[in-house]
Design a protein around this ligand. Structure first.
Ligand SMILES: [Cu+2]
Length: 180
């Protein structure tokens, strides 16, 4: 079930990229790492699968990502029922990524947060994050090829799923999640 959802998201990603890349390819599309771990088969609540990826980079590129790097964050669904939700974030890119759930005010567009000089956006009001490899909860980030997850109880409202590593938000790693 989870694999099917992930494949569907990956399909979206490839379509959005205009094709030309294969699941394992690095030639012209987003990089897809070989997965080193998976989330548990049974997780509480509804599951939202999120793919984290980047392109135009290589394993040799460390440090802070420059502005203008091409990255993406895609969720398997844009809407989920209120209550317990487990967000499973799979990092298919070269770089380390993370998934933070921030509240989004009524009328606030996705992607409008202003990053500080650090390249990060304010995490005030954060509902939680998946930012550790092969485990649940917060940590130093989800390594390339790894999966992180977190279970949250979400009230109805709008949320923004973001990767808040320096410059990643500005580089496109954000998506709306509507909870109803
Ligand atoms: Cu990121």
């Amino acid at each position: 079930m989870k694999t099917v959802a992930l494949a569907a998201v990956a399909g979206l990603v490839l379509a959005g990229c205009g094709g030309g890349s294969t699941m394992m390819g690095t030639t012209s599309g987003y990089h897809y790492s070989t997965q080193t771990c998976t989330a548990p088969a049974s997780l509480p609540g509804r599951t939202v699968s999120v793919v984290l990826a980047d392109m135009g980079m290589s394993r040799m590129m460390g440090g802070t990502a420059p502005l203008g790097s091409r990255m993406l964050l895609r969720a398997s669904t844009a809407r989920v029922a209120a209550g317990p939700v487990t967000i499973v974030a799979t990092n298919l890119g070269w770089r380390t990524h993370e998934l933070v759930v921030l509240p989004l005010g009524a009328g606030d567009p996705v992607g409008a947060r202003q990053p500080a000089a650090s390249g990060k956006v304010d995490e005030a009001g954060s509902l939680g994050e998946a930012s550790t490899s092969c485990r649940s909860g917060a940590g130093d980030g989800i390594a390339a090829g790894s999966v992180g997850w977190t279970t949250l109880t979400l009230a109805p409202g709008r949320y923004e799923l973001v990767c808040n590593l320096p410059n990643h938000y500005a580089d496109g790693m954000r998506a709306e999640l509507l909870v109803s």
